[in-house]
Design a protein around this ligand. Structure first.
Ligand SMILES: [Zn+2]
Length: 533
């Protein structure tokens, strides 16, 4: 056994204390000097979280092109506690630091003017960095009403929970001089096009929007693939800019409304429903003759035909009555069918309920119950007036059923949903539903009648010159009762092998034949040249 005296014990204790103090001093030296950059970067990475967007999923067209027009903008990050008094004074003098908040962290967009000021300090102090900030919405964003605004409207609202759910952006770590630290930077996970992929074709969408900017102040256009029911373009006017949303909130022309899914009086495009019902129920055929004296009385209501000034259409076949949009013949059809049948067919075609499950703004429109239609209203019902309301999207779906030979299909807007790992996600919001609602025979007759409208009826201005391709469709001029009319044209091309269905709706556009049909023509031509078909 080794005997240790008191003096030696004290000596050992002091040695231990000195040793521990030495470790602490070294650690402090390490923390303050050696690890400075590392801890500093950690701190900056945390600050970055304050100033940078979360890793939100994107919104893409059918080919994976972003519809957001996102871009990066340089911001300067100022951390006053790392700055000398002279540097703080310099920044204050140049309006980069406000005197009231001169001790708070600030991130400021880097303009060419303040860049000059920042340059003088950059690299000389750890209190100033430059970092790129992602701006979600750009000047040239497309389909702004469909995409919507984060968490508030459109796809951005419906899929908000999903879009927010991206893996956190571990991102890039910067050193004190604003340079990425080698090895510490992680690859940005957003190189996968994760988010919501729509069926929209961005080139077509862009072409449609350009024409609308020239031709339509208020209104909507929907372009649909006539084979699949996929929505290829959907746009509303007036437009708005997502990056300055506040500027549009109180405007009287309501630019934030998605008019493609808003409900309006259909006017004569509703004659498609009445004709379908009449043919399917065998109350009349295309060659049957009707008589138009220029006006017709139903239960005390006198309704004029567009031929009133000329003394009426006289003897007219049902095919021509559809082509010239004769009200007298259609009121006669309505009387033969009765309100119940007309409303039943309207519902069969999908009117009166929402078409998509993915836009919260979508309106169901209005198909009144038979109890609310009196005999005097039957005339108006037969020509698409009264308290009927349909959306431009429903009008497009109505034609889809006709060109699909009577099979009603649910239109599609969302192509797929991809998570941040690149995996496709199943969603119950995307339902593909089909149902045969009228016979092929009736649908083919409707196609012939729609062709007659464009060949020699009210829709001739929808036809391109030089017989580039054949068009079929129907005009609508919906009277609002205050002297204004909504202008409609719903149609498709090529007429014998339908590829694209286009609905043009112009709010208070006054005339379907004169205003909406020519816009249809412009859009159809543009798509024709774009797709080379
Ligand atoms: Zn008539």
């Amino acid at each position: 056994m080794i005997c240790v005296n008191r003096g030696e014990r004290l000596h050992s204790l002091f040695a231990l204390i000195f040793f521990l103090i030495g470790i602490i001093v070294l650690r402090l030296f390490d923390i303050q000097i050696l690890s400075h950059n590392y801890l500093y970067s950690r701190a900056f990475a945390q600050w970055q979280g304050i100033s940078q967007d979360e890793n939100r999923g994107g919104i893409f067209d059918r080919n994976g092109r972003s519809l957001l027009d996102s871009y990066k903008e340089n911001y300067v990050f100022i951390s006053p506690r790392w700055l000398k008094d002279t540097e703080i004074e310099y920044l204050k003098k140049n309006n980069l630091l406000s005197p009231q908040k001169s001790n708070k962290l600030q991130s400021i967009r880097l303009s060419s003017a303040n860049m000059e000021v920042v340059k003088k300090l950059l690299g000389k102090t750890p209190g100033i960095f430059i970092f790129p900030k992602e701006m979600r919405y750009g000047e040239n964003a497309l389909a702004t009403h469909v995409v919507g605004y984060r968490g508030k409207t459109g796809i951005e609202r419906t899929f908000d929970h999903f879009l927010k759910g991206g893996k956190s952006k571990a991102g890039i770590l910067y050193d004190g001089f604003g340079q990425p630290i080698p090895g510490a930077s992680k690859k940005d996970v957003t190189d996968v096009n994760w988010g919501v992929w729509l069926t929209i074709d961005s080139k077509m969408q862009s072409a449609v929007e350009k024409i609308m900017d020239e031709e339509i102040q208020k209104g909507a256009v929907v372009v649909m693939d006539a084979r699949t029911g996929e929505i290829l373009a959907m746009a509303s006017r007036p437009n708005y800019k997502q990056y300055k949303l506040e500027a549009y909130l109180k405007r009287e022309d309501a630019p934030l409304i998605n008019r493609a899914v808003e409900a309006y009086i259909p006017g004569s495009i509703f004659k498609i429903i009445v004709l379908a019902a009449a043919l399917e129920e065998n109350v009349a055929d295309l060659d049957d003759e009707f008589f138009c004296s220029g006006a017709k009385q139903v239960g005390g209501n006198i309704i004029r035909c567009n031929s009133y000034e000329k003394g009426g259409h006289g003897r007219i076949s049902l095919r021509d009555a559809f082509a010239y949009s004769c009200n007298c013949a259609f009121i006669e059809l309505g009387l033969r069918l009765g309100k119940v049948k007309i409303l039943e067919y309207a519902e069969k075609f999908g009117l009166g309920k929402k078409v998509l499950g993915v836009l919260a703004e979508e309106k169901p429109g209005n198909i009144p119950s038979p109890q609310k239609i009196y005999q005097a209203d039957l005339g108006n019902l037969s020509i698409g007036q009264g308290n009927l309301q349909i959306t431009p999207l429903q009008a497009t779906q109505m034609l889809l059923t006709v060109v699909r030979d009577g099979i009603r299909m649910t239109p599609v807007l969302v192509k797929k949903v991809v998570d941040s790992s690149g995996f496709e996600v199943q969603t119950e919001l995307v339902i593909h539903d089909t149902e045969k609602i009228i016979s092929t025979n009736t649908a083919r007759k409707l196609q012939k009648a729609l062709k007659a409208v464009v060949d020699y009826g009210t829709g001739t201005l929808s036809k391109p010159p030089n017989e580039l391709f054949e068009v079929a469709g129907k005009t609508g001029t919906a009277e609002l009762g205050d002297g204004n009319n909504h202008a409609w044209f719903v149609g498709y091309f090529p007429a014998d092998n339908p590829r694209y269905i286009i609905t043009v709706f112009i709010e208070k556009g006054q005339s379907g034949p004169l205003k909406a049909a020519p816009v249809f023509r412009k859009i159809a031509e543009e798509i024709y040249f774009l797709k080379g078909k």
